[in-house]
Structure formats: C-alpha cells, structure tokens
Design a protein around this ligand. Structure first.
Ligand code: DGT
Ligand code: CA
Ligand code: CA
Ligand code: ZN
Length: 614
C-alpha cells in the first residue's frame, strides 16, 4: 500500500515531468501543491482513498480537487496514475534532478534527452565532459563550463538545507508532535537555533509530562510513526532519527523537564563553544554534560533545568544561541560585556521592497498595510529600474509617476490611521511563528511610505536612471543585477563609482550571492566597506534567506569599518516582510545592536541621516 510520502513523491515527480513537457504552469503548480498537502496530513491517505471509500475525505483536504482526488485514488490502488504513465513514455523519472541545475530549464532538459538520451546527473556530466553539448543549439563552451561547475556545486551543496527550509520543516514536524497529549515545549537546537544560514540536519528537543521516564515510550512511538517520515533511521529510549522525502535528517530527542536546559545547551552547540564551556566547568571543579552541570567532589547537580542557571553557575551572563561559536562570547559573558543584540521589536522600518509596478505581486497599499500590521512605522517602496527588463523595470518617467502614487498612498494611510481606521494585526502563534490575523491595528505613530527605487548599477558603474530623477526620491537603493563574471577590479570599481554618487543611499545586496546556489560576485569587500563608510552610503543585509548577502563575518567587518548597515527584506509580496527574522539572526551572529542599524531609527532621524555629507 502506498504511503503519503510515496504519493507526494509521485505527485511532485509528475509536476517536474509536466514542466519538462512544457505543460501549463497552473496545472504544474496544482500537482506541487497537492504533494505538499498530502505530506502534511496526519493520517495515511490510503485509508481514505481505498476502493470502498467515496473519496469525500480526500476532497476535504485544501489543495485537493476532484481531479487530484482521482489521481490519489489511482496511486493508492495501482501505484501509478495515467498522466504519469503517459509522461514516462516520453521521459525518465530521474530527469527531475536535472531541473535543479543552473541553466537547465525544462526546455534544455527536454533537449538533452531527445538529442543525447541524457536522463540523470551523471549522464549529463559525462556528456558535458565529452563535449557533446557543444553540438547542440545555444550551448557553447561557456555553457558547458558553467554547467560542470553547477553540477559540482550541486553535489557539494545538496547535503545542506537553507535556514528557511529547515525552519519550515521544524514547524511542520513540531505541529505533528504537539498532537500527542502532554507535550509542552519543542525547541529546534543545533545550527537552526544558532541561526546559521544553512543546516546539515534538524535537532528537535521535546519536553513535557509525556517525556518523563515513566511515560516517554508512548511519545517515542508517536514520533516514530509520524506520517511524513520517509526512512526511520533509529528509534531509541528517548530519541528518534529519520529522514524526510527531501533527504533532510531529523533527530528528535524527548527529554525530562529536570534536565531540559542541559540538553538544550549541549545540542545547541556549537561544538567549539561546548568544548570551551566544558573546560571552564572543569577549572571550577564541575563537569558539564547533556544531562547536567555536576560538582566533581560529590556529583551534586549544580544546574540542569534551564540554560540560564547553567551559564550563571559558570559565572557567565546568559549567551544568546546566535553567539555560541567560540568567537570571544565566553570571555565577554565572563566580563559582563556582551552586547545587547538587536531584536525584531527594534526594527522600525524596511527600506527595500517591490510592488506590482515591477516584479512584486502586491500593491503599494497592500505592502503598507502588511507593514503596519507587523508594527513597522515606515517602509520604502523600491521597484526596479529599466535595465532589469525581465522584472518590468521603470524608466525615469515611470519612476517619478510611481513616486507620486506612493506619496499619495502614504498620505491616505496617515489620514485613515489618524481617524482610527487601521488594518488587521497579525498575531503570532506562540511556538511556531505562524502569522494569524487578529484585531485591527491600533493607530500608532503616523505611518510613512517613502518613495524609492532600486536602481541598477550598470556595467561601468553609472546608474540606470538620471540624477535628476534620483534626486526627487526619498530612498535610492543601488544594486548590481548583471555582469556577474566581471573581475575583482572591474566589479569593485563599478560599485565604488555608484557609491560615490551622492544620490545613492544604500548599496543593495552588495555581494549578489545566493545561498547554496550562486557564488558572490568577485567584489573586494575589504576595499568597498571602508569606502562606503567614508562616503556615508549604507550597505544592505538582504534578509531574503536565499540571499543573506553579507554573512555574519562580513557584517562584523562592515560594522568594524564604521559602515551604516540596513537590514531589509527585499519583499516581493506581503508575506515576504516576515523574512526580516532571517536577516536579524545574521545580524545577531555578527554581534550587532539596535544602534548599529539604520532602520531602527525613527523616520525623521532616518531621513536626516540619509542625507549625504559631501
Ligand atoms: P549542522 O547540523 O551540520 O548544521 O550543525 P549542528 O551544529 O546542528 O551540528 P549537529 O547536528 O552535528 O549537532 C548538534 C549539536 O549537538 C552540536 O552543535 C553540538 C552537539 N553535539 C553533537 N555531537 C557532538 C559531539 O560529538 N561532541 C560535542 N562536543 N558536541 C556534540
Ligand atoms: Ca544539526
Ligand atoms: Ca544532529
Ligand atoms: Zn530588490
């Protein structure tokens, strides 16, 4: 009998095959969505979709319509379905891995198959090495070289997962575990809790009455039988390890409340932080383990229930997880000089986002309301400029007309808020950070929508819009979106030239990298950052988890060089505004405080500080 994971896998595979076949994008999406929906079910669909069922239960699942329900019943009954069989007469199931490579769109995948019978990663690599791709239209040596590099990167990267992916799965799994009675708290530990931009595996720590020694066996059974488990790797007394369909490994530990703090400390790591902490314990006549901090002479428990007790017992201030990398945090905690790290409530504004005017999917008004609902006091709308034709970038005339509309929305909203009419608040479910709409926003400070632009830095460092246009805008973010193969000298000089333009306020995504997907362009930050500081132009940390432009070490460097730092979401839709969380953890990993960040300022101070002194 096919389980939910099997069903989801085949629906997803069908979506990929449809894509290669040049299918309708709406139809492709409906298969992907159905796969996700199936995977999140708590009961095995085979029990609802068997031959004797009427199929109604399937239709009750959001994302599953009549056609999809029929597909699922076919999958359960026969292990396949007609559309999949039809596609498999033309293509091979393994081809979906090719879609993940840079430059390999569905058309190219279809082409290498029809011309060279390439059906998987290994075959593609061989074909590229043999030079077979050179025979195909539009695939020169450059394409081949790039592809080989892409295959190498893919092999290297596919064992780690982006922080947002890890967090999403941590949430899904937690939701399922919480269905068992007597579970109180679930905390993701390991690299996810420390806010690293990628995670090798998930470490979930669970506690509550159901995890006490006399009760834990049943809770372990519950976890070990979660329907989203692909392969069960291990099931111990209080630990379950498994993998998900995407190969992400999950280690779940069920722990008694009395030692939860010690376990949390141990499994949060990092290993280097823990090593240093254990040495400190030994110097003080204690030993530290995942169970407790013990006094050596009589094995008495000094601390175990909470992390705070444990750090305090070692004469340390509490060290936030993001700092636990053994980069001087233990010494600072001992000297009571840990910085007060920036928090979400410190952020007053967001200075980089898009609307339907370029490649965003929400209107000015929608973005502004979503920002108010999240407690922000101002945003800047910064749509693309014309060089980014693909994103429907604006020319000078459109940029100015758009600015006028942005200011109009700003005025309208100020009036409505003053009259006591506001959008709905978003509330956050306690442990899972899932936004939910609540009561209307209380009118707070007058909200401002600043008129801005994200102007392209052209290949020679000139800007894509006229100076007179830029001078009329409140916020100018300047970004590189082209010429990624320029040399270090070329790209550094290019961005420096843009930074020297006094109308530019912020250098947008200054490295252009994409996490696990694209190397940064070869910019020399050791040259750029001090120059940016001297010129008074801010550098952006882009919170989109796929970008995360300046990593923790670069952010630290930017701060030490005296740069202004802006942390923005680059939102392309209202929900993207929540990406700020991911940006903030990187700032915290760089030890930054609210005072180090531009968009913690109230709007008047922000606008004043943007004025460039020259
Ligand atoms: P990852 O999964 O590669 O993104 O990185 P982490 O930091 O999550 O590493 P992981 O999952 O191997 O272990 C989670 C934490 O548990 C780690 O940060 C420290 C602790 N830990 C696990 N195994 C050991 C060990 O053998 N020695 C020490 N000192 N700590 C360990
Ligand atoms: Ca881990
Ligand atoms: Ca682990
Ligand atoms: Zn942008």
């Amino acid at each position: 009998m096919m389980d939910n994971i099997g069903i989801a896998r085949l629906l997803d595979e069908t979506a990929a095959l449809l894509e290669i076949d040049g299918g309708d994008s709406f139809r492709i999406r409906s298969y992907r969505r159905a796969a996700e929906a199936v995977e999140q079910q708590t009961t095995q669909l085979s029990t609802l979709a068997g031959p004797e069922s009427d199929g109604k239960a399937l239709l009750a699942i959001p994302g599953i319509g009549k056609g999809m329900a029929a597909n699922i019943r076919d999958l359960v009954a026969t292990g396949t379905m007609p559309l999949r069989e039809e596609l498999l007469t033309k293509y091979k199931a393994t081809m979906l891995e090719l879609l993940r490579l840079p430059g390999m769109g569905p058309k190219t995948v279809a082409l290498v198959y029809s011309a060279l019978q390439v059906t998987n990663l290994d075959e593609l690599e061989e074909a590229a090495k043999r030079g077979d791709l050179l025979e195909l239209p539009r695939m020169g040596q450059k394409f081949t070289d790039k592809l080989l590099k892409g295959i190498e990167d893919h092999r290297k990267n596919s064992s780690r997962f982006r922080i947002d992916v890890a967090k999403e799965f941590a949430n899904r799994i937690s939701r399922l575990i919480f269905e068992f009675p007597g579970i109180e708290t679930i905390t993701p530990a390991g690299s996810l809790r420390r806010g690293r931009e990628t995670c090798g595996d998930l470490d979930l720590l669970v506690t509550g009455p159901a995890c006490e020694p006399d009760a834990v066996a049943a809770a372990v059974e519950h976890v070990a039988s979660l329907p989203l488990i692909d392969k069960l790797l291990a099931k111990g007394q209080n630990k379950v390890s498994f993998t998900l369909r995407n190969n992400l490994q999950v280690d779940v530990r069920l722990l008694p409340r009395a030692s939860y703090g010690a376990a949390l400390q141990y499994f949060t790591g990092s290993k280097m932080h823990n090593v240093a902490l254990r040495q400190r314990a030994i110097k003080r006549g204690m030993t530290l383990s995942e169970y407790a901090l013990l006094r050596l002479e009589d094995n008495a428990i000094v601390a175990a229930a909470t992390e705070a007790e444990l750090y305090n017992a070692l004469d340390l201030d509490y060290i936030p997880p993001e700092m636990r990398e053994n980069r001087g945090e233990i010494e600072a905690a001992a000297a009571h000089t840990l910085p007060k790290l920036i928090e979400r409530s410190d952020i007053r504004g967001d200075l980089h986002m898009h609307t339907t005017e370029s490649d965003g999917s929400s209107s000015i008004r929608e973005m502004a309301e979503a920002a108010i609902a999240r407690g922000l006091e101002y945003i800047a709308i910064t749509d693309h400029s014309k060089a980014l034709a693909m994103a429907n970038g604006m020319d000078d005339k459109r940029a100015l007309a758009h600015a006028a509309r942005i200011r109009q929305v700003s005025d309208e909203l100020a009036e409505e808020l003053a009259a006591g009419r506001g959008p709905q608040w978003l509330r956050y479910e306690k442990q899972l950070l899932v936004p939910q709409v609540g009561e209307p926003a209380k009118p707070t400070a007058p909200f401002r929508v600043l008129a801005g632009v994200e102007v392209d830095i052209l290949l020679d460092g000139s800007l894509d819009l006229d100076d007179e246009t830029l001078a009329q805008l409140d916020i100018v973010v300047a970004s590189v979106h082209s010429g990624f193969n320029q040399t270090t000298e070329e790209v550094t000089a290019r961005v420096l030239r843009a930074a020297e333009n006094p109308r530019v306020h912020i250098l947008g995504h200054p490295t252009g990298r994409k996490v696990l997907a694209r190397e940064p362009y070869k910019i020399d930050l050791a040259v750029l950052l001090p120059a940016a500081a001297r010129l008074g132009v801010a550098v952006e940390h882009n919170s989109a988890p796929a970008r995360s432009d300046l990593n923790d070490l670069n952010l630290r460097l930017a701060h030490e060089q005296g740069c202004k730092i802006a942390v923005n979401t680059d939102a392309h839709s209202t929900v993207d505004l929540d990406q700020i969380e991911f940006g903030l953890v990187q700032l915290r990993r760089a030890w930054l405080t609210a005072a180090d960040v531009l968009n913690t300022l109230p709007v008047e101070k922000l606008v004043a500080s943007l004025r460039r002194l020259r």
